[in-house]
Design a protein. Structure first.
Length: 237
């Protein structure tokens, strides 16, 4: 078994996921698409239709992202439970398969929501925590890198630590694609889980498709790597 494992995930259920899926397929990369079927942050026309979700599920894992993408701590326990349970049921109906992975909308959750996810029958739940290369808790799973420039924000200290406080490398790694490649190199060298995630609409908004393709080309088809979906992580490890 390979000591390096790679997984990718993409959130929200936006129609740009269709373009992203084509690129993933071209590079032989597995992925989990976390879909909120009635995401309130977009118009209905911007969301994947149920037939499109079904087609996407033929090639990739479909995970749940709640029904409406509301932040779970901002709604009642009953509403949160309904969002978690109903999204699983709707997506399973659409794709004809079990949905075993969940992603907390906006990365916002409490221990209560972790328990609700477990009670609903999910086996894995992803957060938006970054700079993570292990799977310590499958219901609070972190990620490695977000396909988005965080610049001098929240990730600066962790990025500085990752590059061993070398200023020139730090400046380069403020670009997400450079950081993504550097993290991949580390996992190849030291082992662990490499998890890249993002939003197709965000890639489109920032015109980062070429960057994404370059990263996909860099991380794909490596014989030292086991390529898995989010839902396969626990079984694989």
């Amino acid at each position: 078994m390979q000591t390096a494992v790679l997984t990718t995930s993409w959130d929200d259920g936006h129609r740009c996921d269709l373009r992203l899926a084509r690129l993933l397929k071209e590079h032989g990369l597995k992925a989990t698409f976390y879909v909120a079927p009635e995401n309130q942050e977009f118009t209905r026309q911007d969301l994947l239709s149920l037939p499109e979700i079904r087609d996407l599920g033929q090639d990739f894992e479909i995970g749940a992202h709640s029904m409406t993408h509301r932040r779970l701590p901002a709604i009642s326990e009953q509403e949160a439970a309904r969002e978690i349970i109903e999204s699983k049921a709707v997506l399973e109906q659409a794709i004809g398969k079990d949905v075993k992975a969940f992603c907390y909308p906006g990365g916002a959750y409490t221990k209560l929501h972790v328990q609700l996810v477990k009670d609903a029958g999910y086996r894995y739940a992803r957060t938006v925590a970054r700079h993570t290369f292990t799977l310590d808790d499958p219901y609070e799973a972190g990620t490695s890198v977000h396909a988005y420039n965080h610049g001098f924000g929240f990730d600066l200290w962790r990025t500085a630590h990752f590059v061993k406080f070398r200023p020139i490398k730090l400046l380069r790694c403020l670009e997400w694609d450079v950081l993504a490649k550097a993290m991949f190199d580390q996992v190849i060298s030291k082992g662990g889980i490499y998890h890249i995630w993002g939003h197709s609409w965000e890639i489109d908004e920032h015109d980062d498709w070429e960057r994404l393709v370059n990263v996909f080309r860099y991380i794909s088809a490596n014989p030292k790597v086991g390529y898995v979906t989010n839902g396969e992580l626990e079984d694989y490890l």
